[in-house]
Design a protein around this ligand. Structure first.
Ligand SMILES: [Zn+2]
Length: 345
């Protein structure tokens, strides 16, 4: 069975899409928004499969086995067009030339499928010129062509793009449902993976695939840097942001996600020390964080996290964003250290 015919979660979204397909009322421009790893890409591919399947069943979705499904699943059906960033470029953007090419292709007759799908993922990778090149087609697409835009933050898209699309928000998958799904895939420690992934199946799978060890290494490095001096912080952010933007983006995202989790655990420890921690092996350090940061320091750090995300959306370098964020958190932790340390006589 294909992963696309057994999607975990997103029942309401899939129901709406199945219903729209069954009534032949699918919007010509759809926008799927949701956190990293939640399943946006999977749902977009599912939709392309469902919308072209020769034996589509409104109750069950695409068959996954007909000749069209086979070609779509193999990524070789010309009526399903994937548009993504140019992997060879330093900054991962979708070139305006690629959008123009797709717009031209969308005007041709279809190659036999009932509908044509153009999946733009991630839509944030379109710069203003590329987005503008898509606008008119998004407004009046050729008959039978559907554009599916995939985005983590719709706020990073041009408002004129967003306003032309029907928005579907993908929310984290229920923890028990995700645990059952991970168990059915034969993964050990499914409950822990589900909890750590924050309801994002893609994230859970990467944690299972060696990600847990990498995650612990990163955590050790970040906690070590935060407990040391500024130079240690700058060295760490330098090491994490080496290479091209698409190379360091996942590492920077991982640091942001980690700090988010540690702050969440800090609140849990401050409020009710016994309930489920994401980092239940960090009782000592978390107790220190709770003493140092609760409550105003947590708010300050959360604001710094929010600003780092916004800056990264605005194309600030990873080094600049991480330097500012880690320095802020270290200062908050250190301020409390200084306040509680005995003053030199
Ligand atoms: Zn099929």
């Amino acid at each position: 069975m294909s992963e696309l015919t057994a999607i975990v979660g997103h029942d309401a979204v899939l129901h709406r899409l199945r219903d729209a397909l069954a009534r032949d009322r699918l919007h010509h421009a759809l926008l799927l928004e949701g956190p990293q790893g939640v399943g946006k890409h999977t749902v977009a591919r599912w939709l392309a499969l469902a919308g072209t399947c020769e034996r589509f069943d409104p109750a069950r979705g695409p068959c996954g086995a007909c000749p069209t499904c086979s070609r779509v699943l193999a990524g070789v059906h010309p009526d399903v067009i994937a548009v993504g960033p140019d992997p060879d470029k330093a900054t991962p953007t979708i070139p305006v030339a690629r959008i123009r090419e797709v717009v031209r292709a969308a005007a041709f007759h279809r190659y036999g499928a009932a509908r044509r799908f153009v999946v733009v993922d991630p839509a944030e990778a379109m710069g203003p010129a590329a987005a503008n090149a898509l606008l008119k087609t998004l407004e009046e697409p050729p008959e039978g062509t559907h554009f599916v835009l995939v985005a983590t933050h719709v706020t990073a898209l041009l408002p004129t793009i967003v306003s032309r699309c029907q928005l579907f928000r993908l929310t984290p998958v229920d923890e028990a449902e995700l645990t059952a799904w991970l168990t059915s895939r034969g993964l050990d420690d499914a409950a822990r993976l589900a909890r750590l992934s924050g309801g994002c199946p893609g994230h859970a799978l990467s944690l299972a695939d060696g990600g847990l060890d990498a995650r612990k290494d990163l955590r050790d490095q970040v906690l070590g840097a935060l407990a040391g001096d500024l130079q240690g912080i700058f060295d760490l952010s330098e090491a994490l942001t080496k290479g091209r933007r698409q190379d360091w983006t996942p590492r920077v995202e991982a640091v942001l996600g980690l700090l988010e989790e540690l702050l969440r655990d800090t609140v849990v420890v401050a409020a009710a020390p016994q309930s489920g921690l994401l980092h239940d092996d960090l009782a000592g350090p978390l107790a220190h964080w709770a003493t140092a940061l609760w409550p105003s320091g947590v708010t300050t750090c959360q604001r710094a996290l929010h600003e780092a995300r916004r800056d990264l959306d605005l194309n600030v370098t990873g080094k600049t964003a991480l330097d500012a964020l880690l320095t802020r958190v270290a200062t908050e932790l250190g301020a409390a250290r200084k306040a509680t340390a005995p003053s030199p006589a």
